[in-house]
Write a protein of this length. Structure first.
Length: 287
């Protein structure tokens, strides 16, 4: 009888150990995380999501663009777990920032870019403003080719557009022209359209385009870090105040040294820790 009980005890203990082992592997995070918004931040979040899911196979993270305005409105309505934005929620019409948690995960510089054939590499801030106001219409006026300037803008609600206009147009109105809803679309059009100009996040600029210096200041990470280059913004990952636990864990991963010290710089962003200045929602710079 004792032998039977002993065997039963072994079986019971073994079962308990197996259950414990199962619960350990089962304790891995599981669930869905939906991320929508800024196309400037999209490449970083997409790659971070792929890497995160390798170690957290139970979590399914979907990442889409749509622009900062879309990201903020959808996270406010709790239609998504995370809303990516290039702009502070306080600066977006229809958004109650007090209902959201702001997670700044990186900084992105933005620069005017032109088709490589226009023959211009540097421009004054005043003349850049005039181009987007429609007051300068041919590259020859700036020492370039005798070629019509084709302005490509971003759609309203784009955080990249809001950042560019606040630093370049400063309250003036842009001309009515074709608008695109993503950095990727702008990159393709400018690189293939003679005379084209627009603006892009640094993370989208490559050898197919000519970035413009402004008043002889080059669009580089180092210049952004000191605010010598003034067209930059934080990359925000907003959540509701009561955030989904998987969304919170994923954001903490993006904020971790593993991502900040490798992926952030690799993909053309700037780590928050590298900044020598801070900026608030009123565009006030503090060194």
């Amino acid at each position: 009888m004792n032998k039977v009980l002993s065997i039963a005890s072994v079986v019971l203990v073994s079962g308990s150990l197996l259950a414990a082992c199962g619960s350990t592997s089962g304790s891995q995070a599981s669930g869905d995380v939906s991320v929508v918004g800024s196309t400037a931040l999209q490449p970083l979040v997409e790659q971070a999501a792929k890497d995160y899911q390798k170690d957290n196979s139970g979590v399914n993270i979907s990442v889409q663009g749509g622009g900062s305005g879309t990201g903020l409105s959808q996270v406010q309505s709790k239609s998504v777990s995370i809303g990516n934005s290039d702009v502070f929620a306080e600066n977006q019409n229809g958004i109650d920032a007090s209902k959201l948690t702001d997670n700044k995960v990186a900084v992105v510089g933005m620069a005017p870019v032109v088709n490589k054939g226009v023959g211009v590499k540097n421009i004054s801030l005043e003349n850049l403003k005039k181009i987007f106001e429609g007051k300068i219409t041919n590259w020859k006026e700036l020492g370039g080719k005798n070629q019509k300037i084709d302005v490509i803008n971003r759609v309203k609600g784009s955080g990249t557009r809001a950042t560019f206009e606040s630093n370049v147009l400063k309250g003036a109105s842009a001309i009515q022209t074709q608008e695109q809803d993503s950095n990727g679309a702008v990159k393709k059009i400018v690189s293939t359209t003679p005379g084209a100009i627009s603006y892009l996040a640094f993370s989208f600029i490559d050898s197919s385009l000519q970035p413009l210096s402004i008043d002889n200041v080059a669009p580089t990470d180092k210049n952004v870090e000191t605010n010598a280059w003034k067209i930059w913004s934080y990359e925000h990952m907003y959540t509701p105040k009561k955030a989904d636990k998987n969304a919170t864990k994923f954001i903490k991963y993006v904020e971790s040294g593993k991502v900040q010290k490798t992926l952030v710089n690799k993909l053309g962003y700037i780590s928050i820790s590298d900044m020598k200045v801070t900026k608030d929602s009123n565009n006030k710079i503090v060194k």
